[in-house]
Design a protein around this ligand. Structure first.
Ligand SMILES: O=C(O)CCC(=O)C(=O)O
Ligand SMILES: [Fe+2]
Length: 336
């Protein structure tokens, strides 16, 4: 079993985590992603705010989203406690098989062509559809994991679907446009754990990437920041707002909106003072559905810029070009 970071003691940064100079976290620009109040009365205005943020930044935070604070607090708590379990207890979830869920893993050199590691352990599980039989493979410890994790992820997924409804309204599509097969694939929750890092200036918790799915609902640690988003060539840091969620556009939403919404590069920096948790809920289209620009967004002045495909084809290209967004998008562009 590859050594988990979360059970090690790290006095200095091992060579295998030291990134080449151009990949290291550098200058951060003092800008912020938009914050959107989901309880505001004027729904049409909220839809427009979401649309503008998703076009300009590919990212925004949402407040007054309706998910109870207690659920959020408990999910962050059990997530931290999970990574603090003794290695023997966690080892049963560790697997090299990427198709296995739930699955615990750490960074590997395999995931990027740099042959460098990133400062992160993670635990992944499927939150939709929930198969009651597979639940007995879920962690029994920390206490409450089996109750809190499904409850939290159901709410997080519903929040994602609600945002998709606003996006559909903003784009003048049918309100239910994203319901059904476009959002009904396997949803995955990824609990990221970034231990205290001996030298955050030389390493990253996650390299720059865009998410492969439709839309992501991210609960960042409320104690320490780490998420950074690329905006017109500048890296900006997302400062956590207690109880807020960060929403980001995945590759599939960029394809379906014919490039109107942007899937934007982001990464996770580490901290020398504290470990950090983030919990990402990824909503995916179903594996059978044909993905491509919405017909309603195409006219004689706006031709389709992406071709149609199925998720399996996308994922094989995405996984073969991890972090190389230009090449991934290019594989689906219609050439003039
Ligand atoms: O840790 C974070 O804030 C970012 C996580 C992320 O980008 C991901 O899991 O895809
Ligand atoms: Fe991501």
């Amino acid at each position: 079993m590859e050594k988990l970071l979360s059970n090690g003691h790290h006095e200095s940064l091992p060579e295998s985590y030291i990134l080449p100079v151009d990949k290291r976290p550098g200058l951060i620009i003092n800008k912020a992603i938009p914050v959107i109040d989901l309880a505001a009365h004027n729904h049409e205005q909220t839809a427009m705010q979401i649309l503008e943020a998703a076009k300009e930044y590919g990212f925004f935070q949402v407040v007054n989203h309706g998910i109870e604070e207690e659920v959020i607090r408990e999910m962050l708590k059990i997530s931290k406690e999970f990574f603090q379990l003794p290695i023997e207890e966690k080892a049963v979830y560790f697997s090299e098989d990427v198709t296995k869920f739930p699955r615990l893993h750490t960074s590997t050199t395999r995931v990027n062509k740099l042959e460098k590691k990133v400062w992160r352990d993670y635990f992944k599980f499927v939150c939709h559809p929930v198969d009651p039989q597979s639940m007995d493979q879920w962690p029994q410890r920390p206490t409450g994991f089996r109750e809190i994790a499904p409850k939290y992820s159901k709410f997080a997924r519903e929040l994602g679907l609600k945002i998709l409804e606003f996006i559909a309204q903003g784009l003048k599509l049918d309100d239910n446009y994203f319901n059904g097969e476009l959002s009904d694939g396997t949803s995955i929750v990824n609990i990221n754990y970034y231990p205290q890092c001996p030298d955050p200036s030389l390493a990253l918790g996650l390299l720059s990437h865009c998410d492969p799915n439709l839309i992501t609902v991210l609960l960042p640690d409320d104690q320490v920041n780490g998420l950074q988003v690329l905006h017109h060539g500048d890296w900006i840091s997302v400062d956590p707002i207690p109880n807020a969620f960060v929403i980001n556009v995945g590759h599939q939403l960029e394809f379906i909106t014919n490039g109107i919404l942007k899937s934007v590069e982001h990464r996770a920096a580490t901290s020398s003072a504290m470990s950090r948790i983030s919990i990402a809920t990824f909503i995916y289209p179903s594996s059978e559905c044909v993905i491509g620009p919405a017909k309603q967004l195409i006219d004689e002045n706006n031709g389709p810029i992406f071709r149609e495909f199925k998720l399996k084809e996308f994922l094989s290209i995405y996984n073969g070009h991890i972090g190389d967004t230009a090449n991934i998008m290019d594989a689906f562009k219609i050439k003039a």
